[in-house]
Design a protein around this ligand. Structure first.
Ligand SMILES: [Zn+2]
Length: 465
């Protein structure tokens, strides 16, 4: 079965057929580095990382470009607020962003910065002027939306009154024309250009950097849902106008909104959850797991409680995985299969198909996780019965999954068994001293973490629940 993706441009689920298979060219809008990255950003980045890693698992080679917008009005305003230079603001938050990406195990192939591509942007804008799609005024260069007949195709917004953008300039032909180049006001940063000393507009950056590295047409353009209009709409207009291709990008993919306790994150509500604060409290794997447990297009609501639940669920899964690893490491295959083992291995292969069906269907990660949970139930039986063969089959499947989700951790992670055995031993000593309260405390706390103790006379056995 082939991969199907939901394309925002056509509003349909479509078979995924890249322009030059098995190569996939993907561009994802990165951050404007004027403040801390937040969990809404992380949602988009993790979503496209999972998509990339799954496509790799299917045999595609993925070039992943994710930009850094390091010059923008927001950065200039923030610099004024903090009393430092715009460059310091951009460098500070770009560094934070790159560190957080590493923690989340997300490695785009290229991380281009706008200020390294000013010449490319000028060339792009000049070409649009030469082709009659852009005009120069005193305040800058603008895209002439009326010259481009397909405006509104991505967002579906066809009413010109709804196209209004960037109202602060007076000398545009139409309120819906957008800036390609902005002349600098006194005190603002600038670069030389044929029109005025100034800086690029936001939308032109992404068109320039994506086409520079991915060509005049490419496969996937991703970003958060709120970028559809005007950012992505404008990117399409500029690029199709310059390159004379249609569609410029074959598949437009957008992540759903992330709310906090049911409300949209905003400065005025003071409810922005910084990614660094989440990663100070939780392992990056917990966040990857929580984010991927929802479909990338659905709305997702953040609360600390939900993250805590994700942590507990992930810990349980990891314990099973680690126990399976330890069983396979310590013991040996026995050379034959019992009937239940034959059935279990067959079942694992069925579950693996379910996992792929889910992921092929527009990367349905919640269904994929349901398949993993089903597999882990077989894992518990394999551990109870001490089946090396079933454990190995499962580990093969789980390793495949982890190449996409990257949540189970290193193969040689510290095993938990010695620590559980230590607690069981301490509890035994407490029971001998009739310290029932503490002994019960250990039993109950382990139970909460998915480890069940079974007292058999003086001895205690334990297993995962
Ligand atoms: Zn962009």
């Amino acid at each position: 079965m082939r991969v199907k993706v939901y394309n925002t441009l056509t509003r349909r689920l479509e078979p995924f057929e890249p322009l030059t298979p098995p190569l996939v060219r993907m561009y994802v809008c990165g951050p404007t580095v004027y403040d801390h990255s937040h969990i809404g950003h992380a949602r988009t980045w993790v979503a496209f990382d999972v998509i990339k890693k799954y496509l790799r698992l299917k045999g595609y080679y993925v070039i992943h470009v994710q930009n850094i917008t390091d010059i923008d009005d927001k950065i200039i305003n923030r610099a004024k607020e903090l009393g430092i230079s715009w460059k310091e603001v951009a460098d500070r938050y770009a560094k934070e962003y790159l560190d957080l990406m590493k923690k989340l195990k997300i490695y785009p192939t290229i991380h281009p910065r706008v200020t390294d591509h000013i010449d490319d942007i000028i060339e792009f804008v000049q070409d649009l002027i030469d082709k009659g799609y852009a005009y120069v005024t005193k305040s800058g260069v603008y895209f002439d939306v009326d010259k481009y007949p397909y405006y509104g195709q991505l967002s579906g917004i066809k009413d010109k009154k709804m196209w209004r953008q960037e109202t602060f300039v007076e000398d545009k032909k139409n309120p819906y024309d957008f800036a390609l180049w902005k002349c600098a006001k006194p005190g603002e940063p600038w670069w030389e250009s044929p029109w005025c000393k100034g800086r690029p507009g936001w939308h032109i950056e992404c068109s320039t950097m994506s086409s520079k590295y991915l060509g005049k047409q490419f496969d996937i353009h991703g970003g958060a849902r709120d970028l559809i209009f005007p950012h992505h709409e404008n990117e399409i207009a500029q690029s199709e106008a310059r390159f004379g291709v249609r569609p410029w990008v074959k598949y437009w993919m957008h992540t759903g909104y992330l709310t906090v306790k049911g409300e949209k994150m905003s400065k005025s509500l003071g409810n922005i959850v910084a990614l660094k604060d989440v990663l100070a409290k939780y392992e990056p794997e917990v966040l990857r797991f929580w984010l991927s447990s929802a479909h990338y297009r659905s709305e997702l609501d953040f609360t600390w409680e939900r993250l805590e639940e994700a942590k507990t669920a992930l810990e349980r899964m990891r314990m099973t995985v680690n126990q399976l690893r330890s069983l396979v490491r310590k013991e040996y295959p026995k050379g034959y299969l019992k009937d239940w083992e034959k059935e279990a291995i067959y079942e694992i292969s069925n579950i693996r198909s379910k996992f792929h069906e889910a992921m092929e269907n527009d990367f349905n990660t919640p269904q994929a996780w349901a398949a993993v949970r089903e597999a882990l139930r077989i894992g518990n039986k394999a551990l109870e019965e001490g089946s090396w063969e079933v454990s190995l089959a499962l580990l093969n499947f789980l390793d495949e999954i982890d190449r996409v989700f990257e949540v189970f951790g290193e193969r040689e992670a510290v095993p938990i068994e010695p620590f559980v055995e230590l607690l069981v031993d301490v509890r035994k000593k407490l029971r001998e001293k009739k310290e029932w309260e503490l002994a019960d405390y250990i039993r109950d706390e382990l139970a909460k973490r998915g480890i069940k103790l079974l007292d058999k006379g003086q001895e205690t056995e334990w297993r995962m629940t």
